[in-house]
Design a protein. Sequence first.
Lengths: 174, 125
Amino acid sequence: MPSSSKITVREITQMGILLAGAIALRLLESTLSYLLPLPGAHLGLANCITIIVIYLYGPKKALLFLSTRILLVGLLFTGLFTPGFLIGLGGALLSFAAMVFGIELQTFSAVGVGLLGAFFHNVGQILVAIFLMHTTALLSYLPVLIILGISTGFFTGFLAKLFLSRLQGYWQSK
Amino acid sequence: MRKADYLLVLVLVVLAILGYGFFALRSNSTNKILIIKHDNTVVERIPLKGVTAETKLAINVQDGTLIVRYDKNGAWVEESPCPDKICQHQGKITKTGETVACVPEKVLLTIEEPQKEAEHDAILK
């Protein structure tokens, strides 16, 4: 993991490409969402990019990356500060914190980090929804979301791992 | 894949099963009450036992009209002006403790038992 906290032009460029990728994937998965059994569920492909960014550039720069992505996705698709945006924001931030924690622990591979990310994304979303709707009845969605999160988290984590191993030697962040 | 990854999958599966069990254990009693809330206030409170035919209910919301239908077994959102239509896709709820939420329009359908509902009311007051 990189130690320098200063962001270089090289990193900005690389993160810009990844950001474009993340936004494109977000668009793709919202058109693919009808494939999943639960309404409103996403594959979390954009989360795959977040995992890659945390591994490559460290948590601080990854948070900058994530904030930019959330802002742009909000502006492009959901609209800023709509309920949908806030729910996504809650999920993204909690899952980010969990993934950073998972990576710092160093006991998980990228697959485990993907699983953590998917699980806490669901938990964060439900928590914001509970706050907005003033009802704990929404917790009953959590079990099915957890099961769905295992498969999507596994998938995104696996993709991130594959991407990172292919990248090694070609794309260093120094 | 490391050992910790497998362990994490196991923990998540157990968590999901426990959660599912918890919600499935709730009784499917015949004495169900449909509560419809809009903007955190109760707009309709319908004992489903007394419902004889399928009934349509229109609620005025921020972006237009949201249409709820219910019969003696349960309720569902038939039409909503919200952008994502998640509430419509959630389908029919029939068991106590189940819920349909339309977050953009702040509409919430829940099925509760009379006893439990009384407890909730006491907390709200």
